[in-house]
Design a binder for this molecule. Structure first.
Ligand SMILES: Cc1cc2nc3c(=O)[nH]c(=O)nc-3n(C[C@H](O)[C@H](O)[C@H](O)COP(=O)(O)O)c2cc1C
Length: 396
């Protein structure tokens, strides 16, 4: 047997989320990279989402004879094989033409689920038709009740079993990098942008061939035209309405039979109101990956107070900055029932389509199992704050 192998391509399969991030950056045009990897204003909150995990250290118990820790968890009424699911992301096919279908199918392969965004590249029906399991649907609560009601009915008919209502986009965040690279409405073509396009022929070829870079639920009929992407963003802006209130959320609760979660909550008072007044089954502690209000709390900073306030009677879910299995364990120990990832799976999608998304989930799953063996923790259900120490000098 050979004692070594040759690896000639620098695009060989990455072994970490960061490795996939670097490979995705090479694959995607600058404009698309700005959309996928960017955030609001000075990126303070986006960066803090990741660094907040560094304020915690894990407890390590030895000689526990644990070899196969339990990672399964029931989240949103679905038994998952790992406590990590895929957050909704809009226009997923910008990362890879196979988009939301690939994302949902990869989630299923790892025994978990994805949340289809209102701003998806493939319709609710297309994704459901290519999957075996129930998935979940994310709804932007824009003012047009007829449109919202129609999307809810379609989701129910197609077997989406839980609804995630995103409440942190009353107006779009200021993503300067997107604007600088011409990712605007209409798209701005600069000489630099054209040079960049020439460097990414594979992406442009896929775009021309598959015509999937529009938020399809906003435009439907004209989705395949060359200007569909721009049209869909314009339509989304028309639908978006800043003066939405708790009454609108109540209307959605009244019209959706399954479990309902409010995504984008950072304040314990809002969490209590969503659960106790509106009857939400839970909340997702999220700041949209630092893409909306910059300088707001990192999600890990917001999590403990929300878990203390409603964790006894509602599901507290979490996203923002998770890049390692140990990040997942910290979030669970601070009171999350389950965790979502956003950008990490988009990196996987950009590099290797469905395989890449599945690989990202496998990396996190292996990370978690290995860390739990090393910690001497038998089951994710056993994780609580006794498994954490504040890192010295951080005031965590
Ligand atoms: C490119 C991109 C698009 C997103 N689109 C949506 C969306 O359509 N709806 C939504 O509720 N959240 C959206 N989000 C936010 C994610 O659901 C999630 O909250 C966030 O990505 C978590 O942070 P992480 O990327 O650090 O994991 C988007 C995030 C990214 C990166």
């Amino acid at each position: 047997m050979a004692n070594f192998t040759f690896q000639l391509s620098r695009d060989a399969r990455p072994i970490s989320v960061e490795g996939y991030r670097r490979a995705a950056r090479r694959r995607l045009p600058e404009m698309v990279w700005a959309y996928v990897d960017g955030g609001a204003d000075g990126l303070v909150t986006m960066t803090a989402n990741c660094s907040a995990f560094d304020r915690w250290r894990l407890r390590q118990r030895c000689l526990t004879a644990i070899t196969t820790p339990k990672l399964g968890r029931v989240v949103a009424g679905t038994a998952l094989e790992m406590p990590v699911a895929l957050a909704p992301t809009g226009i997923t096919a910008m990362s890879h033409w196979s988009g939301d279908v690939a994302v949902a199918r990869a989630a299923e392969r790892l025994g978990t689920r994805s949340v289809l965004s209102t701003g998806s590249s493939y319709t609710l029906e297309e994704v459901a038709g290519r999957c075996r399991q129930n998935h979940w649907f994310q709804l932007y609560p824009f003012g047009d009740k007829a449109k919202v009601g129609d999307l809810m009915k379609r989701a129910e008919r197609q077997g989406y079993s839980a609804l995630f209502v995103t409440v942190d986009v009353p107006v779009r965040g200021n993503r300067e990098r997107e604007r600088e690279t011409g990712m605007a409405v209409p798209v701005v073509l600069t000489p630099r942008g054209m040079l960049d396009a020439a460097r990414h022929p594979r992406w442009w070829w896929a775009w021309l061939r598959h015509k999937r870079v529009a938020a399809i639920h906003y435009i439907e009929a004209s989705a395949s035209g060359p200007s569909a992407g721009v049209e869909s963003v314009r339509a989304q802006e028309r639908y978006m309405q800043g003066d939405l209130s708790w009454d609108d959320l109540r209307w959605m609760r009244d019209h959706w039979r399954g479990p309902l979660y409010v995504k984008g909550v950072l304040d314990p008072d809002d969490a209590a109101r969503a659960v106790d007044e509106i009857g939400a089954d839970g909340v997702v502690v999220s700041n949209h990956g630092g893409r909306q209000l910059d300088r707001t709390l990192a999600t890990l900073e917001a999590l403990p107070a929300i878990a203390d306030r409603v964790g006894d009677r509602a599901e507290v879910l979490f996203d923002g900055g998770v890049r390692r299995g140990t990040d997942v364990l910290i979030a669970l120990a601070l009171g999350a029932r389950g965790v979502f990832i956003g950008r990490p799976y988009l990196y996987g999608l950009a590099v290797r389509g469905e395989e890449g998304v599945a690989d990202i989930l496998s990396i996190l799953k292996d990370d978690m199992a290995r860390a739990m063996v090393l910690m001497g923790c038998p089951d994710v259900a056993a994780l609580d704050r006794s498994w954490l120490f504040p890192a010295p000098g951080t005031g965590a």
